[in-house]
Design a binder for this molecule. Structure first.
Ligand code: LLP
Length: 424
């Protein structure tokens, strides 16, 4: 059995009972299913293989902001992924996971000097540039260290996409990209610079884009723009069409990958460029779950609460984006339901995973699992309330591996330093 499945009444990850993982490693703990990651990779790569000729396959650059554990990166590399990064830290993680620099694309609206230098020294595939000041900065730094930076410009297509306003990136008013009216001038400036080489465009309209026609709308802006840039006498040899593929958290309609691949075939392929994609959530989102213990069942006149040992510092999506995550009992899964608010121990009302949800009636000490937490879960965790971040466990072919140990309190507290005059 693959992914998260029930076997003999107990939820398993790739054939390992979650009860066993909790007993061995404690809770709260992130658990990842290797087979689910592979299933998603195969679906995306497969749709592209079906729609596009063998010599025009896209570079699938995993957007590792979704989950940057080096073991997850190594696994995705072994499957055939390249990498999209947004920081020097992600570059280091990627190189440690064995990605070649030529497989790495650097994006983000505020690249800093040290990360530009690190990426240039490593020799990454390209920088996706978001503004003229950033272009000038890259040109200047590349000149200083004797490198030439390959760049594409991120187009802001003024297309709304994204499952929540905070993760929609393609609207004119958003901080991302360069609008069509400014992109020609920017391209010309870059073409005349000594230390950068503009080779194309990128577009990424948002994350968890379930109004899937938005992809098509954004793609449809590219042919005219590419042709205009070429008419200027400049070359366009790469198009990076971003990420944003949605997953099912509750009952969302999934993107039909074959349809998406047809849009790529019909709109992007004829432009005769290298094609780059940046999927994040799609590859890892449903492959992860946050395993947790019910600390208390608190009954009040107004509402009953399941108080978990997991909290908003472990998984912030529900409170930050009002995001829905499935919550399930790990054992005895077909018992009668009861209405709960599911909350964590942190001292604010926002530390709530869900309100008023019918769930199997649960008891103190039982295990609950918060699903679809493989993307933007651990990587957004914090030490709020001086809580150590959870352990991360990777399950592959019936065996579990610690890929990140639970953070100890000493590890957190020892990083504070007290000036001498205040020492006890
Ligand atoms: N490329 C760029 C330039 C991006 O900014 C992102 C995500 C991706 C690719 C990958 O998007 P994906 O395929 O994962 O949708 N923390 C939020 C999501 C933030 C997404 C940021 N950028 C959440 O928990 O929903």
């Amino acid at each position: 059995m693959t992914g998260f499945t029930e076997i003999d009444g107990v939820l398993h990850a790739d054939n390992v009972p979650l009860t066993q993982i909790a007993a061995e490693y404690g809770t709260p703990t992130y658990v990842y299913s290797a087979s689910e990651i592979k299933k998603q990779y195969d679906a995306l790569a497969g749709a592209m293989q079906k729609a596009l000729p063998a010599d025009r396959q896209p570079l699938l650059c995993y957007a590792c902001k979704a989950n940057s554990n080096v073991a997850i990166l190594s696994y995705l590399r072994s499957l055939g992924c390249s990498l999209e990064i947004v920081s020097e830290g992600e570059l280091k993680r990627g190189l440690k996971a064995g990605f070649k620099a030529e497989q790495i694309v650097s994006t983000g609206v505020g690249k800093q000097r040290s990360e530009i230098i690190a990426a240039l020294e490593a020799g990454i595939h390209q920088f996706n540039v978001e503004s003229l000041p950033e272009l000038e900065h890259i040109d200047q730094i590349a000149g200083e260290i004797g490198k030439k930076a390959t760049i594409v410009f991120r187009l802001n297509p003024n297309v709304s996409g994204g499952g929540h306003h905070k993760i929609s990136t393609g609207r004119r008013r958003d901080k991302f990209g360069i609008s069509e009216d400014s992109i020609y001038g920017a391209y010309q400036i870059a073409a005349e610079m000594e230390n950068v080489e503009p080779v194309g465009l990128s577009v990424h309209i948002g994350s968890q884009v379930f109004t899937v026609e938005s992809f098509k709308t954004a793609f449809s802006k590219l042919p005219d723009i590419v042709n205009n840039i070429r008419a200027q006498g400049n070359t366009v040899t790469r198009l990076d069409i971003g990420g944003g593929f949605p997953i099912v958290y509750k009952d969302e309609k999934l993107l039909d990958l074959d349809r998406y691949a047809e849009w790529v075939r019909d709109i992007i392929l004829p432009l005769d460029t290298e094609i780059i994609m940046e999927p994040g959530r799609y590859l890892v989102g449903n492959a992860g779950a946050l395993l947790s213990e019910v600390l208390y069942v608190k009954e009040t006149h107004d509402q009953d609460f399941l108080v978990l040992d997991a909290a908003m510092n472990d998984l912030i999506r529900p409170t930050l984006y009002e995001a829905y995550h499935g919550i399930e009992a790990v054992e005895n899964r077909d018992r009668p339901e009861h209405n709960y608010d599911v909350v964590g121990p942190i001292c604010e009302t926002g530390d709530t995973f869900t309100q008023g949800r019918d769930l199997p009636e649960m008891k103190q000490g039982e295990l609950a699992v918060i699903k679809s937490a493989g993307a933007y879960g651990y990587c957004m965790a914090s030490n709020y309330n001086t809580r150590g971040r959870p352990a991360e466990i990777f399950v592959h072919e019936g065996k579990s591996y610690v890929i990140r140990a639970r953070e100890t309190l000493d590890e957190i507290i020892d990083q504070d330093t007290v000036p001498d005059f205040l020492s006890a």
